[in-house]
Design a protein around this ligand. Structure first.
Ligand SMILES: NC(=O)c1ccc[n+]([C@@H]2O[C@H](COP(=O)([O-])OP(=O)(O)OC[C@H]3O[C@@H](n4cnc5c(N)ncnc54)[C@H](O)[C@@H]3O)[C@@H](O)[C@H]2O)c1
Length: 351
């Protein structure tokens, strides 16, 4: 576990507590090792991602449970870029899976939509695009300044993420995949996406696949989210559209994500950041981290435990045992304790 900064340090221990309650019930061994990588260490020792960290995680661990990074004392956010982008790129976690699932009708801002209407998966390319940091300045800090940021798209990178989306649909009994790009304006980078999509979709005749420009997708996902099962898109658009989706399903405090390289050490985290505005107040919502933990357990092949975590979250929402961001009056630790008990009760009820 890498709790990180701010509320990452408050929500991650709660998620660990709930995981431990569930795995103790099924008697599955799970060992956590905590790493203190984050702003404090960076300011104290000048170290963000320690030397050898990536190799250690890859060789000695099955998964990483991550909190959040970001601290006002590090305005450049350098440590966050080194650690989070470093792990995503160096572990080659090319899939960013962000489920958008409404867990209680009252949580969506969309009128007349219910749980059965909002259930889709955003598959975001996670290692290329505009996030690779290729670019530069010309005549910086002058009136004639030019800034260039390159959008990097490899055939291998585009093909493997589109293929993952189709495989995800097939393995989960979902019938529809929508690829979204901006090929009408990004006539080189997204022309590649178009060509690869046309080739790969031919192998998945059992899946209904379509294309939407990203601006159209943004409209359609709000107008009628029932149209979508799986959405696959590039790094930047996936970042934005999944936050839009998170809001449709109850807000940032509830949204989980997985950074995956199939078959390898992968990283699981809530979508939210370190929320310095509420850090230290004990009111951060731990549900996003608990749902990210459920994705982690599922990735490890531990479906019953993953199900127990998800059911516990649903029960908390039903009973309004939640933090103030969701309209409740409970503290982070109270919610964590409640979920841990509920996860155990869940198993007892099943047996
Ligand atoms: N993966 C990450 O580590 C990650 C992701 C996003 C932002 N960040 C970083 O986090 C810092 C803060 O960024 P931000 O404020 O734009 O985004 P944020 O997600 O931290 O917070 C946005 C808003 O949502 C609220 N919020 C977020 N999570 C919540 C939770 N679990 N419970 C209750 N309320 C919650 C916050 O209080 C805030 O009002 C920045 O340094 C940013 O770079 C990190």
């Amino acid at each position: 576990m890498i709790p990180g900064d701010g509320i990452g340090r408050e929500v991650t221990p709660q998620a660990v507590k709930v995981i431990q309650a569930a795995t103790a019930t099924t008697k599955r061994p799970i060992e956590f090792v905590e790493f203190d990588w984050g702003a404090d260490k960076y300011l104290r020792e000048g170290i963000s991602l320690p030397a050898g960290a990536v190799e250690m995680l890859r060789d000695e661990f099955d998964a990483v449970l991550f909190g959040a990074l970001g601290d006002p004392r590090v305005p450049s956010n350098q440590h966050a870029a080194d650690i989070l982008l470093g792990l995503r790129f160096k572990l080659d976690l090319y899939v960013n899976a962000r489920p958008v699932e409404l867990l209680h009708d009252r949580l969506t801002p969309l009128r007349d939509r219910t749980e059965k209407d909002i259930r889709l998966m955003v598959i975001r390319e996670n290692t290329e695009g505009l996030y690779v940091g290729v670019g530069g300045f010309f005549k910086k800090d002058t009136a004639d300044e030019i800034a260039v940021q390159e959008d990097v798209n490899s055939r291998k990178g585009v093909e493997r993420i589109i293929r993952y989306a189709f495989e995800y649909a097939r393995q989960n009994g979902l019938k529809r995949v929508c690829m979204s790009d901006k090929s009408n304006a990004m006539t080189f980078a997204h022309d590649l996406w178009q060509r690869v999509f046309k080739t790969v979709r031919q192998e998945y005749a059992d899946i209904d696949s379509r294309h939407l420009y990203i601006d159209t997708l943004a409209m359609e996902i709000v107008r009628d989210p029932r149209q979508f099962d799986v959405i696959v898109t590039c790094n930047l658009f996936g970042d934005i559209i999944s936050d839009l989706g998170a809001q449709l399903a109850g807000g940032l405090g509830l949204a989980p994500s997985a950074n995956i390289h199939p078959g390898e050490t992968s990283l699981f985290e809530p979508v939210h950041g370190s929320a310095p505005n509420i850090a230290g107040k004990g009111i951060a919502n731990p549900l996003g981290s608990v749902l990210a933990s459920a994705m982690m357990l599922e990735y490890l092949g531990w479906k019953p435990e993953a199900g127990a975590l998800r059911n516990a979250v649903r029960a908390a929402l039903r009973q309004n045992y939640v933090t103030p961001d969701l309209g409740g009056d409970k503290h982070t630790v109270e919610v964590g304790d409640w979920l841990a008990k509920e996860a155990v009760t869940n198993f007892v009820a099943q047996t």
